[in-house]
Design a protein around this ligand. Structure first.
Ligand SMILES: CC(C)(COP(=O)(O)OP(=O)(O)OC[C@H]1O[C@@H](n2cnc3c(N)ncnc32)[C@H](O)[C@@H]1OP(=O)(O)O)[C@@H](O)C(=O)NCCC(=O)NCCS
Length: 158
């Protein structure tokens, strides 16, 4: 992975996420996810902690020295399927996008889940998130079921 222009860079390294990364991970998520709309409304400390605390945790950070370049959060179990891994959250900091950071994070997360016994890894992608869909396709994910959230405002007449 190469460094963005204008920065003194060390090579970007991947490390398992530790509690010391929490503040930066939460802040980057708040910056990049629109938490007013699905599927990002559940972005929170408990969402992060749920993956970190899981028996088979697959949470990684990409670091440029001390600086957080990206993260991925996953763990075993998706809905009632204990044998499926769930790659739920991923983000690259704006300065680091388009350089393969997220691809490396996807691969690390999937490798951890596979080592934990996953027979498949599942991730959901909002229809409008073309960058995320391209990232997943590029890393071997194939489109499966499409779910559309229908919402009826309570004030609306029927
Ligand atoms: C989606 C996201 C994680 C991609 O991160 P990234 O580090 O830029 O991704 P990579 O550099 O590893 O790109 C891998 C592939 O993804 C695709 N991709 C990445 N950004 C893209 C963009 N803006 N438009 C279209 N495709 C894109 C490309 O196909 C790329 O393949 P390439 O190497 O052949 O160009 C990043 O855009 C992001 O943080 N978005 C906001 C958070 C988010 O929506 N997360 C996903 C939902 S949890």
């Amino acid at each position: 992975m190469s460094a963005p222009a204008g920065h003194q860079r060390s090579p970007i390294v991947l490390e398992p996420m530790a509690p010391t990364h929490l503040v930066d991970v939460l802040a980057l998520g708040r910056e990049l996810y629109d938490t007013t709309v699905k599927p990002y409304t559940s972005w929170s400390l408990s969402a992060v902690a749920g993956h970190m605390d899981a028996d088979a945790s697959a949470c990684w950070v990409a670091l440029d020295g001390e600086r957080l370049a990206g993260f991925v959060l996953g763990s075993m179990g998706f809905d009632q399927r204990a044998d499926w891994g769930n790659l739920e959250w991923i983000a690259s900091a704006p300065d680091y996008q388009g350089q393969g950071v997220a691809s490396h994070l996807v691969q690390a997360c999937c490798a951890t889940l596979t080592a934990a016994g996953a027979t498949a890894v599942v991730t959901d992608v909002a229809a409008r998130n073309t960058a995320s869909a391209a990232l997943m396709r590029r890393n071997g994910f194939k489109e499966s079921v499409t779910v559309t959230l229908f919402v009826r405002d309570v004030e609306s007449p029927l």
